[in-house]
Design a protein around this ligand. Sequence first.
Ligand SMILES: Cc1ncc(COP(=O)(O)O)c(C=O)c1O
Length: 400
Amino acid sequence: MTLTRRQAMKMGVAGLAGLALSPTNSYGRYFRILEENKKRGMAPEDAVWLVFNVNPLGSSNKAYDVMRRSVRLSHHYGEYHGYELLRNLHEMHGLKFSDMENPDSYFARYAAFNQNPIMLGFGGTEFLQAIARHANDQGGNYVEIQPTYGEITGTINRLPKVRIERRSVHETVGHEASPEEILAKTDRNTRLIHIINPSNPTGRVYSPEALVYLMDNKPPETLLLIDEAYIHYAPSNRVKSMIGEAVSRENVVVLRTMSKAYGLAAKRVGYIVGNPETFKSMALRPMGGYYQNPVAMLMAKEALGDKKFVEKSVNHANSVKARYLDYFAELGLRPRPSATSFMWVHTDRDLSGVVRELEKENIFIKSGHQYGEPNHIRVSIGTNRQVNRFFNIFRDKMKG
Ligand SMILES: Cc1ncc(COP(=O)(O)O)c(C=O)c1O
């Protein structure tokens, strides 16, 4: 029996649907496993996904209420609601939002989408892909910290012609990449330095001093991309958003997504923050600027205002992370304290066999293989019920 796209959507892993078509990526594998498990009586709806770092608590109830009320806007494009969200985002980040001078001009409002310090996108991924393509077009090299979230390199490697060389700074257990090491890899042909703060998959943080040092010392034309997808989960005394720096400098941009702490992954809302001059030089024309989904825009606006929900999500993540630290240590593994909504665990040996055994029970975590680190696993935060189930079965499988 094959799983239809509709069934996949119903499972609440809508993000899988568009990606499952390639047999080589892990999403294709997940679909196959779900089908096999279904034949053995396990419902896809009950699968425990500790792989995508989405918010296990869902989203704000206020956002769900707005969704119910606004669903009949679905036949519209959503520029007006996108415009309002954009204005609210500027306000939230303390940034000046300019309406365009001549509101009677047909394109005046559209200009607001690409001439302000915040640009809306179809999730953060749209920007990561656009930035990767732009860097590749220019040739030269780019710098990544390994292990890393693979969207930049994945995008480049899928292009018909790879013109740009990847330079990596490797992190290992007990060693974090320093700004000096990163700068040592750069030269005037470096198009991009990609930093994720706090990092995916390791959960480490970069201090504000380290990031400012990078900005001050990188080649001026090199774009520094600071991905703050998980910043809500990071302790505010250790991680500071670089949004202010990005706006006041050129060639520094910050990426944000509403897919994680705000729980809106399926709604595809993300944005970048920077200097409009930087955006111009990047030749960006994101879908988020022109073809927004009005329901998603309204939900995002509501979710932004629900600070209590974000706080609850972060508290939940902290309590699960505390349990993960104890649990993995008891099993003799080495979990790394994390400032994100997942945990990177050094396992001393390749546990991909155990990961596959878990998958047969409809429980999904990430093997470090995907990051070139076979002796690691990455486990996202789940609900308490999901975590309990994972704990029991993982312990059994570890015993062999
Ligand atoms: C580090 C990082 N950046 C960006 C994203 C993109 O998320 P989205 O496209 O859902 O906004 C993700 C998603 O997992 C991520 O982990």
